[in-house]
Design a protein around this ligand. Structure first.
Ligand SMILES: Nc1nc2c(c(=O)[nH]1)N[C@H]1C(S)=C(S)[C@@H](COP(=O)(O)OP(=O)(O)OC[C@H]3O[C@@H](n4cnc5c(=O)[nH]c(N)nc54)[C@H](O)[C@@H]3O)O[C@H]1N2
Ligand SMILES: Nc1nc2c(c(=O)[nH]1)N[C@H]1C(S)=C(S)[C@@H](COP(=O)(O)OP(=O)(O)OC[C@H]3O[C@@H](n4cnc5c(=O)[nH]c(N)nc54)[C@H](O)[C@@H]3O)O[C@H]1N2
Ligand SMILES: [Mo]
Length: 825
């Protein structure tokens, strides 16, 4: 893998596409579309995706060639995988029902769920079954037994937002259990409102222009923007990348110093040519404490800022100085033993931060760990001690690696999404019946509901009674990728009577479902979306490239037909079809932008393909608060930055207290708990060549990074050598929770004791039994399923230790791809 290469520049990119196109090897039978296609003349169409806006040349009803949208100066290499998203052997082709479920319905043998044996049925049959199950569950158990609340990275497009269709349609039938929070930033989005008055993670950040002009010392903390800005929530145009080019130049010329605090030499570090501070995983809070200790003891803390803008510093200092119950002074020497950074380096880092304009930029991975709230809170404390919050190029940011944050927003309104809830005054077929259970659960605790129904857990100052769930519906998300601890899940899901999945690829979630419905890809329907994500640079027409493949239907069609079965289709669709909806969405957007941003009539827009709003003005986060902390008080209890939170202290939690603290983890490499048996940290960071599990099905593109057909596991030369592993070997990775096969990539980018398998690798179990070997390499076969704390109950995916060995013998075939085994009823 070309770990060091930045996003391809336009010219190389086009080369890449041509090279890829030359080697197309997809079996002809898979390419046959369901509908007869007119042999149309070659033509280019514009569309967009999480990976970028692009134009596609259509020939004989097929996508023949792709080129990036001309406004995208830094297209991602992943566009090379796009064609394989439409044409691949893992597409869901027809409605399918699990064979045993078709025979026995809700009384099926659920220990067989996952055996991947399915029967093809008609759309009518599948939707009738779906509908009758909804009826049965509402009648028998009530709303609490239905969970249709998981959401995820549905495709771009305001209209065809998959989760919204599922939730709106089902709500017309009856209520269901919903979720709060997300897997991305669960711990961060829960702690920061107490500390900074806003979740911060999805807020617009200080503009890159200010950072490039004013910052002298930029600290990338667990942050890999060059890798992670390749995808965006909307149709990307990669507008942050030119700023990263400038940053690279400014590092070379000595104008800006950048350090990456990370156990791994990241893609960003290698692109920028910046420094790295290697840190033991999960120990960032110890390092932060020691930096704070140095600032406090060397008189480097900005006491005026702390006085005016923060509260509770005086309650935190005794902890820092070892004057509270733990009696540990958080010196650099203390921290060095935990985080592996020499004490002198810690002191120098602290001094450098205090010496000049310093911007801290945190990534999100450090908060997808046990006690993930603490590094986020402690980083805000550090930034407060440095006193630069609200200055251009100073202070703290939690999102410059996400969806073009840091590129100023145009200020224009984007197109409103298809509603996720029913229209006002609606009457569902079944009334609400939650039987004393909580209606909303923390997103990552749904498997806990299956394991411990009726249990009451703490959550963010409240109590949550976990519902007894009997039926789940998934659309636009892939829980058999996104959730932790496969074998726990495998065991737990047996208590579900019915599982329905809507997707366009046969994911492990489909494999572990009873009814599977084929959706269209975003390239088989018309839509409209923002391009540029947070820059809101313009609006793009996502023009249908090809007809739906096989028997696929859009989510809009699927749920229209479902609602028809209980007489709510007119309400659900408001009597409008796809094009009418698009016109309506566009019209409302045009109205919202009237007098501010010029937008043509819909027909003209559709023909031209996009409307540009222009660039926004550079901006500084928290500048208003700094200017006038009363007028622009933060949304915290005191209106100030809370180094101590009375609210949190009053919750009385043992794993998140009144101020940030160092907590040991249940398991940790580098001498931490459990490391005698499993000495290696397994990171499951976000993939360089996928969006989670999306694109993994793209066969040729996957082949550019797999090792002997398996997902790569990256490891240090030291760890490989100690185990007799060579680059290219198949290895078995295991811990007490599970085992998987992966392909070794040995690289000095990794420090000893740290390994990585990118999340989103498709789960390919040898069979449906609990504990079976995962043949492809899904890291969630090994990850821990534990709430980060009682405050957030967020995922702790990155609290995970393992051992690895060379696999000897004949490796079993990869079972992850290629769809179900089709059987007769
Ligand atoms: N170990 C570990 N696990 C993690 C993480 C980690 O760091 N480590 N990260 C977590 C994070 S941050 C996230 S955001 C989650 C992501 O978790 P998900 O959002 O669940 O991941 P995706 O693979 O993007 O799944 C989206 C699914 O929606 C389907 N889809 C796309 N478009 C449509 C459509 O139009 N209609 C229908 N019906 N389906 C559609 C796709 O085919 C895909 O199966 O994973 C989490 N899991
Ligand atoms: N290409 C691509 N980009 C994406 C996504 C994708 O799937 N593919 N997903 C998007 C989504 S949904 C999300 S949530 C974001 C995720 O954004 P992040 O969570 O920020 O991304 P990760 O790549 O998981 O991790 C970032 C860095 O954290 C480091 N790290 C891990 N553990 C530790 C630790 O204990 N200490 C320190 N100091 N560093 C650590 C890793 O080595 C890595 O370099 O990315 C978004 N961008
Ligand atoms: Mo995420």
């Amino acid at each position: 893998m070309s770990g060091s290469s930045f996003n391809l520049k336009r010219r190389d990119f086009l080369k890449g596409i041509t090279a890829g196109a030359a080697g197309v090897v997809v079996g002809p039978s898979l390419l046959t579309a369901s509908k007869a296609m007119a042999a149309d003349a070659p033509q280019w169409k514009l569309t967009g995706s999480h990976w970028g806006a692009f134009r596609a040349r259509i020939e004989n009803g097929r996508v023949a060639e792709i080129k990036p949208f001309e406004l995208d100066t830094h297209p991602t290499d992943m566009l090379n995988g796009m064609k394989g998203m439409i044409y691949n052997p893992s597409r869901v082709r027809y409605p399918m029902v699990r064979v045993d479920w078709l025979k026995n319905g809700s009384k099926s043998d659920t220990s067989k769920r996952g055996d991947n044996r399915f029967v093809r049925v008609s759309w009518d049959k599948a939707l009738d079954l779906f509908h009758s199950e909804l009826d049965r569950v509402q009648k028998t158990y009530g709303s609490s037994a239905l969970h249709a609340g998981q959401t995820g990275w549905r495709s771009t497009g305001a209209l065809h937002s998959a989760g919204n269709h599922m939730q709106r349609a089902i709500a017309y039938h009856g209520s269901f259990t919903k979720k709060v929070g997300d897997y991305s930033t669960g711990a961060g989005q829960h702690i920061l409102p107490y500390v900074l008055g806003n979740s911060e993670v999805y807020a617009q950040g200080t503009s890159w222009q200010h950072i490039l002009n004013e910052t002298k010392f930029l600290v990338l903390w667990a942050n890999d923007p060059v890798k992670n800005l390749q995808v965006g929530w909307n149709c990307e145009t990669h507008e942050a990348y030119p700023h990263l080019d400038t940053l690279k130049a400014k590092i070379a010329s000595g104008d800006i110093r950048v350090i990456s605090i990370d156990p791994v030499a990241t893609k960003t570090q290698k692109f920028l040519g910046c420094e790295q501070m290697r840190i033991n995983p999960q120990t960032d809070v110890a390092l932060m404490m020691a930096i704070a200790h140095t600032l406090a003891t060397e008189d480097l803390a900005d006491v005026d800022f702390l006085d005016e803008y923060t509260m509770g510093y005086e309650k935190f200092v005794p902890y820092l100085m070892g004057k509270t119950e733990d009696k540990i002074e958080k010196t650099p020497e203390w921290a060095a033993k935990i985080c592996g950074v020499p004490a002198d380096d810690i002191r120098q880092l602290a001094r450098a931060m205090a010496a000049d304009r310093t911007q801290l930029m945190l990534g999100w991975c450090v908060q997808r760990q046990q006690h993930g709230e603490q590094p986020y809170w402690m980083a805000a404390v550090l930034a407060s001690m440095l006193g630069q919050i609200g200055l251009p190029g100073g202070g703290i940011s939690y999102a410059h690696h996400y969806s073009s944050i840091g590129v100023p927003s145009s200020g224009a309104a984007g197109p409103g999404a298809f509603p996720s809830t029913p229209d006002k005054g609606y009457k569902p077929v079944y009334g609400e019946k939650f039987n004393g259970f909580s209606k909303v659960i923390p997103v990552a605790r749904w498997v806990d509901c299956l394991v411990n129904p009726g249990e009451t857990i703490d959550y963010n100052g409240k109590k949550v009674k976990l519902p007894e769930i009997k039926m789940m519906v998934f659309s636009g998300n892939n829980p058999w990728h996104h959730h932790q601890d496969r074998n726990r899940m495998k065991q737990a899901q047996q208590s579900l009577e019915t599982v329905v999945s809507v997707d366009y690829r046969w994911t492990a979630t489909c494999r572990f479902s009873d009814i599977v419905l084929p959706a269209t890809t975003p390239f088989e329907r018309n839509d409209i979306d923002v391009y540029g994500s947070y820059s809101a640079r313009g609006i793009i027409a996502m023009q249908k490239l090809v007809e739906p493949q096989f028997e696929a239907k859009s989510d809009f069609e699927i749920f229209s037909e479902l609602t028809k079965r209980f007489g709510k289709d007119r309400e659900y669709t408001r009597g409008m079809n796809e094009m009418q909806w698009l016109k309506e969405i566009y019209k409302n957007c045009r109205k919202a932008n009237k007098g501010k941003f010029e937008m043509p009539e819909f027909e003209k827009f559709w023909e031209e393909g996009f409307v540009e709003f222009g660039k926004g003005k550079p901006w500084v986060r928290h500048a208003d608060f700094r200017e006038d902390p009363e007028e622009y008080a933060l949304g915290t209890a005191s209106g100030l930055i809370e180094i101590f939170s009375n609210k949190i202290a009053k919750y009385g939690y043992n794993d998140c207290k009144g101020h940030p603290m160092w907590f040991e983890k249940v398991e940790r490499s580098h001498g931490g708990p459990g490391s005698d048996k499993y000495p290696l940290q397994l990171q499951s960071c976000h993939p360089d060549q996928r969006l989670h599990s999306q694109l993994c099905e793209s066969e040729e593109y996957r082949a550019t990074y797999t090792v002997q057909g398996r997902e790569p596991i990256y490891m240090s030369p030291e760890d490989a050598k100690a185990r007799g592993i060579k680059d290219g070997d198949i290895v078995r990775v295991h811990n007490d929770r599970g085992q998987l096969l992966a392909g070794a990539v040995v690289t000095a980018d990794y420090m000893p004791g740290v390994m990585r398998i990118y999340e989103g690798a498709w789960y390919g179990p040898q069979d449906e039994k609990v504990g079976s070997l995962d043949t492809y390499g899904d890291p969630n076969t090994l990850s821990l399923d534990l709430g980060a704390s009682k405050l957030s109950q967020a995922t702790s995916a990155h609290t995970c230790i393992v051992e690895v060995e060379k696999f000897v013998g004949k490796a079993p075939a990869v079972t992850a791809f290629g769809g179900p085994q089709e059987v007769e009823a």
